[in-house]
Design a protein around this ligand. Structure first.
Ligand code: C2E
Ligand code: CA
Ligand code: CA
Length: 401
C-alpha cells in the first residue's frame, strides 16, 4: 500500500483508461464524473473510494476523477486486493471473487465496444477452468472450516506437552504445549494437518484461545503437583499465531481468561514468530508490551529462519529466543550454522535474553549447546511431546543427561 499526493485541479483518472488500482481518499476531496453509476457527478471525501473498477482485472475506468483540493490518496492495487482476498475468510473471498467478476461482465456488456465484449468473453472462457479450480478450493476450505468449528465444539483438540530442560541443572524447567486433533475417523492428527488451514480460515483465533485457556488451567495443576514433591515451579509455553495478533481485543481476552482461571501469569510464556513483529510492528509492539506488563513472558520462536533482524531484540520485549531446529541439525556439520548459533548465543547473553535450543536429537548437539552456555534444551533426545497423563509421571524428576 502506498500514498500519492495530488494537487488541486490535477486529473487522477481518465474515462476509458485501463486501470490497475483504486484510490481511497485520506485527506482532501476529489470530484468524479461517472458514466456508470446513477450518481452522475459527485465528490468523494476522506474514507471514500473511487476508481474501484481498476482493481478488476483488465477492466476500464468509466469516469474522470479530478482533485478539488490538494489531496492525499491511498493507492490500492489489484495485486494487494487479490492477496488479501486469498488470505481472508473463504466466504469473503468467494463473495469478492463473484461480485468482481459480475461487475466486470455487466459493465463490459453495457459500455464496451463489440470488440471488447468479444475479447472479454474469449478471455473468460479461457480463465474459466482456473476460476473453477479456485472456487473448488474455496468450497473445500468452507468444509474444513466447519469441521474445525465442530471439532472445537466437540472438544476434539488436545494438548501434548514437550519437556524443556535446564541445560545447566538437568531438571525439567517447563513444557511447550503442542496441539493435536483427536479426529474421530483419522486418529491423532499433528498440527501440520490443520494449523495452516486454521490460519487461513481464521479458525486459529478461537482454537488459539482454547489452547491458551487449556494451558492456563493445566499449568496451575502441574505446579500444584510439583509443589507436593517439593520440586521447583515450572513454566508452560504456548504458541500464539500472528493471526491472533490481528484481533484487536486479543490482549483483553487473554487477560480475562487469565483472571477466570486464576493462573499465575508469570508461569505462562507466549511463543511468537517474527511474522508477528513484521506484519504490523506498531500494533504488535503495543500488544506485546501490554502482555509483558501483565506478567506473561515472551519467546521469539523459530529464530534464524526468517528475516531474523537482531534489531527486534531491542525493539520488542523479548525474554527468550528459541533457536530453530534447523540450526541444531546443521551446526555440527556446517561451520556457518555453528557460527550463527555462537553469535546468537553471545549476543543474547549480553542482552539478558535466555536461549532455548530446539530439536535436540543427539548427545553431541546437547553437549555443544551446553558448551555454548545456552540455558534451555528441548528435543526428541530429551522427550517427545507427551500426553498429559505422562506429564504427571515425570513432574519433579531430574533428567539424567
Ligand atoms: P514449533 O512451535 O516449532 O514446535 C516444535 C515442533 O517441533 C513440534 O512439532 C515438536 O514435536 C517438534 N519437535 C520437538 N523436538 C523435536 C526434535 O528433536 N526433532 C524434530 N524433528 N522435531 C522436534 P508439532 O507438535 O508437530 O508442531 C508443529 C508446529 O505446529 C509447531 O512448531 C507450531 O508452529 C504449530 N503449533 C503446534 N501447536 C500449536 C498451537 O497451539 N497454536 C499454534 N498457533 N501453532 C501450534
Ligand atoms: Ca513453538
Ligand atoms: Ca520452533
Amino acid at each position: 500500500m502506498h500514498r500519492i499526493e495530488v494537487k488541486k485541479g490535477q486529473r487522477i483518472l481518465n474515462d476509458l483508461d485501463v486501470g490497475n488500482c483504486a484510490y481511497i481518499v485520506e485527506t482532501g476531496r476529489v470530484t468524479i464524473e461517472d458514466r456508470v453509476s446513477s450518481r452522475g457527478n459527485y465528490t468523494v471525501s476522506p474514507g471514500e473510494m473511487f476508481g474501484e473498477y481498476g482493481v478488476i482485472e483488465e477492466a476500464r475506468h468509466y469516469s474522470n476523477a479530478t482533485a478539488v483540493e490538494d489531496s492525499l490518496l491511498v493507492v490500492v492495487t489489484q495485486a494487494e486486493i487479490e492477496e488479501k482476498s486469498a488470505a481472508s475468510d473463504p466466504m469473503i473471498s468467494l463473495f469478492l471473487n463473484f461480485f468482481m467478476g459480475r461487475c466486470h461482465s455487466l459493465t463490459v456488456r453495457e459500455y464496451g465496444t463489440d470488440d471488447e465484449i468479444k475479447k472479454f468473453e474469449d478471455r473468460y472462457k479461457h480463465r474459466d477452468s482456473k476460476i473453477q479450480e479456485n472456487r473448488t478450493e474455496i468450497v473445500e476450505q468452507f468444509k474444513i472450516k466447519e469441521e474445525l468449528q465442530r471439532a472445537l465444539e466437540d472438544e476434539e483438540f488436545v494438548l501434548h506437552y514437550q519437556p524443556i530442560i535446564s541445560l545447566r541443572g538437568g531438571y525439567t524447567a517447563g513444557f511447550e504445549a503442542l496441539i493435536r486433533w483427536d479426529h474421530p475417523e483419522r486418529g491423532l492428527l499433528s498440527p501440520f494437518h490443520f494449523i495452516d488451514i486454521a490460519e487461513k480460515t481464521n479458525m486459529i483465533v478461537p482454537i488459539g484461545e482454547w489452547v491458551f485457556k487449556e494451558a492456563c488451567k493445566r499449568i496451575t495443576d502441574f505446579n500444584q503437583r510439583a509443589a507436593k514433591s517439593e520440586s521447583p515451579e515450572i513454566f508452560l509455553s504456548v504458541n500464539v499465531s500472528a493471526n491472533q495478533f490481528g484481533v484487536p481485543n486479543m490482549v483483553e481476552r487473554f487477560k480475562e481468561i487469565a483472571g477466570e482461571t486464576k493462573v499465575d501469569v508469570s508461569k505462562i510464556q507466549l511463543e511468537i514468530t517474527e511474522s508477528v513483529l513484521m506484519e504490523d510492528a506498531d500494533s504488535a509492539k503495543t500488544m506485546l508490551h501490554d502482555l509483558k506488563q501483565f506478567g506473561f513472558q515472551i519467546i521469539l520462536d523459530d529464530f534464524g529462519t526468517g528475516y531474523s533482524s537482531l534489531s527486534y531484540l531491542h525493539q520488542f520485549p523479548i525474554d527468550k529466543l528459541k533457536i530453530d531446529r534447523s540450526f541444531t541439525h546443521a551446526m555440527l556439520d556446517d561451520q556457518a550454522s555453528l557460527e550463527i548459533v555462537r553469535a546468537i548465543s553471545g549476543l543474547s547473553h549480553n542482552m539478558d535474553i535466555e536461549i532455548v535450543a530446539e530439536g535436540i536429537e543427539t548427545m553431541e548437539q546437547l553437549s555443544l549447546y551446553r558448551d555454548l552456555d545456552c540455558h534451555y534444551g528441548q528435543g526428541f533426545l530429551i522427550a517427545k511431546p507427551l500426553p498429559v497423563i505422562d506429564v504427571y509421571k515425570i513432574l519433579g524428576t531430574r533428567m539424567k543427561i
